[in-house]
Design a protein around this ligand. Structure first.
Ligand code: DON
Length: 559
C-alpha cells in the first residue's frame, strides 16, 4: 500500500513538474494570449469560416479583450500559407506621419529628448491594424465583416469579467495614464483600479468597431474616427494628419524563404528584421551538429550566441524599410554569406561584440502579442500585432475608445543610440516621412514535405527573434514536442549590449561558468515573467498540437 502511495505521489509530482501538455485537435486551432479571442476565432471556423476569417476575428477580439497589445491603433505583420501551398505576407506596420523627420526626437543640440519617442502623441505612427485585418479578410476570407467582428463588438459593448492578470496590468499602467483623461476613463472605474471579476465595458470602442463593420476601412481612416484621431493629436505634439490616415495602405510582400535540415522556413521580410535574421542564423547553425549537443550544454549555447551576435550586428547596419533603403536581402539570406560570416567562429572562445562589425561584402530594435491559426483545409496564419510598449503610448483617442501606439521608438532616433530594447541602428532605419520603422516581429511558418508543420511567433521586442529561433531549433534539432519546445526556458544575445539574458533555469550555473571561461559575459536573469510568449501550433500526422506559452495566460482552443 505504502509503495503504491509512493508511486502515486511520484507520478503526481512528475505531472506537476512537467510542462502543461499541448491541446490536440483535428479540424482547427487558434492559440492566442486571450482565451476570449481564441474562442472567437474557433467559433468562426466552426461556423464554416477558414483560418483567415478566424485570424481576423481573433485580431479584432484581441483589440477588445487584450488591450495592452491587441489593438486598432497599432500595427502588425502576418505570414499566411494557403492550403494550395502559396505563401504570402501582409505588412500592416505603422508608418511615420508625413510631417515626421529624422531629428524629430532630438533637441537643438542634437541630444535625445528623454522619453519623447515613447511617451507622447508624437510617438505614434499611422496605425495599420484595421487596414491589415480588412485586407486579409477581403483577399482570403469567406465571411462578412459583420460576421467576423460580431464577437469583438459584443465583448466591447456588453463587457466581460476581468481576469486577475488583466486587472493587474491595468493597475500597473495607471500612473503612466494620469495625464490622459480618456485613458483613465477606460482603464479605471472612476479613478479607482478595477478588480478581478469586475465587468469591463468599452462603449466608445464598440461604436468604433461598429463603424468599421459598417463602412470598412473608411470607418476608421476617414470620417468621425479619423477626425477624433487628428483631434487627439492636437491635444499634444502629435503629427498624424487626415491625409496620413487616408493614405495608409498595407503592403503584400514576398515572404522570406529559407531551408533548414529538410524543412522550409517562411518568414516576415523587411520592414521586419525577423525573417532575415532567423534564416541567417539557421544558415550559420546548419553546418554544425546541434542535435549532437545537449541543448543546455556550454558548446550548444555558445554556438547559438555566436550566431545571434553576428546576425544582430547585421541588423543594426543593413535592415530597415525596403521602400526607403536598399536592404541586401538576398545576400543576407544566402548560405554562402552565412558561412563566410561564421568563418571566424571558434568552438572554444567567445568573440567579443566590440570585435564584430556588421557584415560587409565586396562592391556592394513591452508588449506585443502573437497568435497562430490553422484550419481543417490546411490554411495557416501566423500574426504578430503590437502597440510597441505595453498599452502603447498610453493615450486613448478621446471618444474613439482605443489606444495609440508608440512605434516611432522602433526607428533609430539617433545613430547608435539604443531604443527601449537596447537595439541600435543607423541610416537604414532613420526616420523619414512615410517610412516604416524596423520591426523584430517574426511570425513564422515552417513547412515539411510541402505541408504546414510549425506555426509560431512571439512578443518580446528584440528577443522575439531569438525566441522564435529557439522554438524552431528545439523542434527540429532537439526533437522536442511542441509543449517542451515552447515551455523550455530561453536565453538571448543581441550583439550590443554584449550580454546574455536568460529565463530562470535556462542555463545551469556550471554552464554559465564554462561560458564565462570562453569569454561570454554579462549574464543577467530576465527581470519580467519570461522571455517571449510563443503561442504555437505543430502539425504531426494530420493532428494539430496547440501550445499556449505557459509563461502567460491565454488559450489553445481547437475542435
Ligand atoms: O516591432 C517590434 O519589433 C516591436 N515594436 C515589438 C514590441 C514588443 O514585442 C514588445 N513586447 N513585449
Amino acid at each position: 500500500m505504502r509503495i503504491l502511495l509512493t508511486l502515486v505521489l511520484f507520478f503526481v509530482f512528475q505531472a506537476q513538474a512537467a510542462n502543461p501538455a499541448a491541446v490536440r485537435a483535428e479540424h482547427g486551432m487558434v492559440v492566442s494570449r486571450s482565451a476570449l479571442a481564441s474562442q472567437a476565432g474557433v467559433a468562426i471556423m466552426k461556423s464554416g469560416g477558414n483560418a483567415i476569417d478566424a485570424a481576423v476575428a481573433t485580431g479584432f477580439a484581441l483589440a477588445v479583450a487584450y488591450p495592452s497589445a491587441g489593438n486598432l491603433g497599432g500595427g502588425g505583420l502576418a505570414v499566411i500559407r494557403l492550403a494550395d501551398g502559396t505563401v504570402v505576407t501582409l505588412d500592416h506596420r505603422e508608418t511615420a506621419p508625413g510631417k515626421a523627420s529624422r531629428d524629430m526626437f532630438l533637441d537643438g543640440n542634437g541630444a535625445v529628448i528623454p522619453g519623447m519617442s515613447r511617451q507622447s502623441h508624437a510617438a505614434s505612427g499611422v496605425p495599420g491594424t484595421v487596414d491589415g485585418l480588412l485586407v486579409l479578410l477581403e483577399k482570403y476570407g469567406t465571411k462578412t465583416r459583420q460576421e467576423v467582428m460580431a464577437e469583438a463588438i459584443r465583448l466591447a459593448r456588453d463587457g466581460f469579467p476581468l481576469s486577475k492578470d488583466m486587472a493587474d496590468q491595468f493597475a500597473e499602467v495607471l500612473g503612466a495614464m494620469r495625464n490622459y483623461p480618456a485613458s483613465l476613463a477606460i482603464f479605471t472605474r472612476n479613478g479607482e483600479p478595477y478588480r478581478e471579476g469586475d465587468i469591463w465595458k468599452q462603449p466608445d470602442l464598440a461604436q468604433t468597431l461598429e463603424r468599421i463593420a459598417e463602412e470598412g476601412r473608411d470607418g476608421f481612416y476617414k470620417g468621425r474616427v479619423a477626425d477624433l484621431i487628428v483631434a487627439e493629436m492636437g491635444r499634444g505634439n502629435g503629427l498624424i494628419s487626415l491625409e496620413d490616415l487616408a493614405n495608409y495602405r498595407s503592403v503584400w510582400r514576398e515572404p522570406i524563404h529559407g531551408a533548414y535540415r529538410g524543412h522550409e522556413i517562411w518568414g516576415m521580410p523587411p520592414p521586419s528584421s525577423g525573417g532575415v535574421l532567423i534564416v541567417e542564423m539557421l544558415n550559420m547553425l546548419e553546418p554544425h551538429d546541434l542535435a549532437g549537443l545537449s541543448r543546455d550544454s556550454a558548446p550548444a549555447i555558445h554556438l547559438m550566441i555566436e550566431a545571434e551576435r553576428r546576425a544582430y550586428a547585421d541588423r543594426s547596419e543593413h535592415l530597415g524599410d525596403p521602400d526607403f533603403f536598399p536592404v541586401p536581402i538576398a545576400k543576407l539570406l544566402s548560405k554562402d554569406y552565412a558561412r563566410g560570416r561564421f568563418a571566424d567562429f571558434r568552438v572554444d572562445q567567445a568573440s567579443p561584440s566590440e570585435t564584430i562589425a556588421a557584415g560587409k561584402w565586396p562592391a556592394e530594435s513591452l508588449e506585443t502579442t502573437h497568435f497562430s491559426v490553422v484550419d481543417a483545409a490546411g490554411n495557416a496564419v501566423a500574426l504578430t500585432t503590437t502597440l510597441n510598449s505595453g498599452f502603447g503610448n498610453r493615450i486613448v483617442v478621446t471618444g474613439a475608445g482605443f489606444l495609440l501606439n508608440n512605434e516611432m521608438d522602433d526607428f533609430s532616433i539617433k545613430e547608435n543610440t539604443a531604443n527601449q530594447y537596447g537595439l541600435i541602428g543607423r541610416e537604414a532605419n532613420s526616420i523619414e516621412s512615410g517610412k516604416r520603422m524596423l520591426s523584430s516581429m517574426s511570425p513564422t511558418i515552417v513547412t515539411k514535405d510541402d505541408k504546414p508543420f510549425l506555426i509560431t511567433g512571439s512578443p518580446g521586442g528584440s528577443t522575439i527573434i531569438t525566441t522564435v529561433l529557439q522554438v524552431i531549433v528545439n523542434v527540429i534539432d532537439h526533437g522536442m514536442n511542441i509543449a517542451d519546445a515552447v515551455a523550455r526556458p530561453r536565453y538571448h544575445h543581441q550583439w550590443q549590449p554584449d550580454s546574455v539574458m536568460y529565463d530562470a533555469g535556462a542555463i545551469p550555473p556550471e554552464t554559465i561558468k564554462s561560458l564565462e571561461a570562453m569569454g561570454h559575459k554579462g549574464f543577467r536573469m530576465f527581470p519580467f515573467g519570461g522571455l517571449g510568449d510563443a503561442n504555437s501550433i505543430l502539425i504531426e500526422d494530420g493532428e494539430l498540437h496547440g501550445m499556449k506559452d505557459p509563461r502567460n495566460e491565454g488559450l489553445a482552443a481547437g475542435y
